[in-house]
Design a protein around this ligand. Structure first.
Ligand code: FES
Ligand SMILES: [Fe+2]
Length: 380
């Protein structure tokens, strides 16, 4: 049967209207949020440069070991500060182009040929909190950053849990990566040969949307994929896989897996095997995301062979998500807007709630921001 074009036009109109309230790749980033800038062991005394929320950021450790994050672009003529000269005794950087010197707060403390630097000039500095194994950065005004609000999960890095960290840099928006993480029905298809099983797509899901608290659970009876079955010695056995996905902040999403063997007596599976994944999403650019995932488990703690096996299996599976994100981003970008629209299905409910939430946050930030614009000037 041919598609009915009038019907499609109506669908597009409805979809466009619904989309006005949803964040997408073009929505400005939510800045007032803690995001992961890097793993703590990636930052040393040498400059580490990374684009975060569309800006080049220079990260390094001071003499006392604390992490500093500064705008990498010199405020004079935009030369990268990372290529300047670092004075380790004074914790200062002198720009490699015309020699302006900055301290670790970003303040300009020296201009060649001037006795005093102009007042009030400098580069932007960021609020940073290090919580092993991660370094968090506040994307907004440092004055509004509350270090106590860093959403670092208490189980990440605790002695009862073993963990590994992976990193991917998919070419797609963090909005769509959040959406991917809230809808695990894709496990049966995108991850059919890695960590999905056919039952996932048809298992009923429980969605809870309470304001900003967005969570989905699925309870799937299946034979576990090798990534979990092999370390547990459950290969070929029937099991329940309870999977939760929770949106926590624009920079953090938590997945929980609770595994239950349906063939072994309960006393042979205590404590209940669990997996918790801190999915750390930091926008790099509208179509690029820093994606760290910290996979924690309460079984086979200290077993390095299990860590290595799970790390490789996870990398393969999350690589499939990165691939999907990249492909859908390409498809969205190349489509003629006149014909572009997407429909939603019931399993999208949590993702849609999250996108509405991100849109509201982004709109609220812009409503309170002073007018932006290119600013040039002289400070003599
Ligand atoms: S560009 Fe840095 S001092 Fe001129
Ligand atoms: Fe996935």
């Amino acid at each position: 049967m041919a598609l009915d074009f009038d019907y499609l036009a109506q669908q597009k109109q409805n979809a466009d209207k619904a989309c006005e309230r949803l964040a997408n790749a073009q929505t400005p980033f939510v800045r007032n949020c803690w995001y992961v800038a890097a793993r703590a062991d990636e930052i040393g005394t040498e400059p580490f440069v990374r684009t975060l929320l569309g800006s080049s950021v220079l990260l390094f450790r001071k003499r006392d070991g604390t992490v500093v994050a500064l705008q990498n672009r010199c405020c004079h003529r935009s030369f990268p500060l990372a290529e300047g000269r670092f004075d380790r005794d004074r914790d200062t950087i002198t720009c490699g182009y015309h020699g302006l010197t900055f301290d670790c707060t970003g303040r300009c403390i020296g201009v060649p040929m001037q006795e005093q630097p102009p007042r009030g000039i400098g580069v932007r500095s960021y609020a940073v909190v290090e919580k092993a194994p991660l370094v968090w950065i506040w994307g907004g005004d440092p004055a509004s950053a509350d270090p106590a609000a860093v959403p670092h999960p208490e189980w990440l890095g605790s002695a009862e849990w073993d963990y590994y960290i992976g990193y991917l840099n998919p070419r797609g928006s963090y909005v769509h990566l959040h959406e991917n993480l809230l809808d695990l029905s894709h496990l049966s298809f995108l991850h059919a040969t890695t960590f999905g099983t056919p039952e996932y797509a048809v298992a009923p899901c429980e969605t809870r949307v309470e304001g900003m608290d967005i969570e989905v659970w699925r309870h799937v009876e299946c034979r576990l994929p090798a990534i979990y079955a092999r370390p547990l010695g459950w290969e070929g056995m029937r099991a329940m896989r309870h999977s939760g996905s929770r949106f926590v902040t624009p920079g953090l999403h938590v997945n929980t897996g609770m595994l239950e063997n349906l063939e072994l007596p309960p006393d042979r599976q205590t404590p209940q095997p669990m997996i918790k994944v801190a999915q750390l999403l930091t926008p790099e650019a509208p179509l690029s995301t820093h994606y760290y995932y910290c996979v924690c488990r309460n079984f086979a703690v200290g077993d390095r062979a299990v860590t290595e096996f799970m790390f490789n299996a996870q990398m393969a599976a999350f690589g499939e998500d990165a691939y999907a994100l990249e492909r859908l981003s390409q498809m969205q970008a190349q489509e003629d807007p006149e014909f572009f629209y997407e429909i939603s299905i019931p399993t999208d409910r949590a993702g849609l709630a999250m996108r509405q939430h991100l849109k509201r946050l982004a709109d609220a930030e812009r409503a309170h921001e002073p007018r932006r614009g290119a600013r040039t000037g002289t400070a003599a």
